[in-house]
Design a protein around this ligand. Sequence first.
Ligand code: ATP
Length: 302
Amino acid sequence: MNPSVEVSHLTIRFGEFTAVDDISFSVDPGEIFGFLGANGAGKTTTIRTLLGLLAPSSGTVKVAGLDLSRGANAVKGKVGYMSQRFTLYNDLTVSENLAFAAGLRKMTWEALERRTRELFEFIGFTRPASTPVQDLPGGIKQELALAAALLHEPEIVFLDEPTAGVAPAVRLRFWALIKKLAGSGKTVFVTTHYMDEAEQCGRIALMRAGRIIALETPQELKARAFPEPLVELERADEALLGRLRADPAALGLRPHGMRWHLALRDERAWQELEESLPPGSARRIAPSLEDVFVRLVEGRER
Ligand code: ATP
C-alpha cells in the first residue's frame, strides 16, 4: 500500500527565516495523523505545502502518490482542506455554499446532488438545505464545513485546528466523524491544541521550531517522554515546593489545575517522597499527553 503522504527532508524558508527545517515523515491511507506543536512551530506552513499552495525550498513531497515538484494542480483534486478560520459563507444558504464549493471543483450537478445526499447522511444533517448558514449553531456549521471539504471525494483531508474554540460536546461529535472518515479509508491529517483530541490520533508528530522532535503513537510518546515515575501532589505549600525545587531527584515540577505534577528520578525517590508526606497527598499517575507536550514542546517544567 502506497503512503498517502511522503515527505522527505522538507525545508521551507521565508527569506532568512526557516519555518520548516528538514522534516521527513509519511502517512498511511486510513490513518489519523496528528500534527502538534506550539504556535508558530510550522504546522500550517507544512500543510500549505502538502496542499500544493506553497513550493518547498528544498526536499520532496508526494501526496496521493503525486510528486508535487512536477506540478501541484493534479493534487488539488485529491485533497480536502478545512480550518476553524475558513468555514462557510454566512450569507449563503447551506445548498448555495455546497454549490459554490462544487463549482470551484468543477463538479457536475448530478455529482453535487449525490454527494450532498451522502454527506448530509454522513454528518446527520436534517435541516432544510435552504437554511442560511448564519442561522445554524456553530457545531453544525463546523460539520457542514467538513462536508464541503469532502464534497469532491478527496483521498486525504487536512484539518487545521478544525475545532479551535468549539464547545466540548461539539468537539466530541466532530471527532466521531473524523473516526468514521478514517474507518472508511480516508486519510486524516489534523492539527489540534486539544490533548484529548491528540489522544485519538493513530500517530502524532510533535513539532518544535520547524522540526519534528517526536513521531510516535500516543502510548509510545508517553512511555518514552516519561520513563521515570510521575506523581500528582494533591496540595503543595511553599515549604514543600521549596524542598522539591532543591531536590535533585525531582526532575520536573509543574502546576496542573489546583494540583502539581512531579517527575521523579526513580522508584526510590518516589518511595522516599511518599513516606515523607501525609497519607493520600501524593499518588502515582500515568502521564497524559499534556504532560508530554509540556515536557517536549514547551520545555517549561520546573
Ligand atoms: P499556529 O498553531 O499558530 O497555527 P503553526 O505551527 O501553524 O502555528 P505556521 O503558521 O506554520 O505555524 O508558522 C511558522 C512560522 O513561519 C511562524 O513564525 C510564522 O510567522 C512564519 N510564517 C508563516 N508564513 C509566513 C510567510 N508567508 N512569510 C513569513 N513568515 C511566515
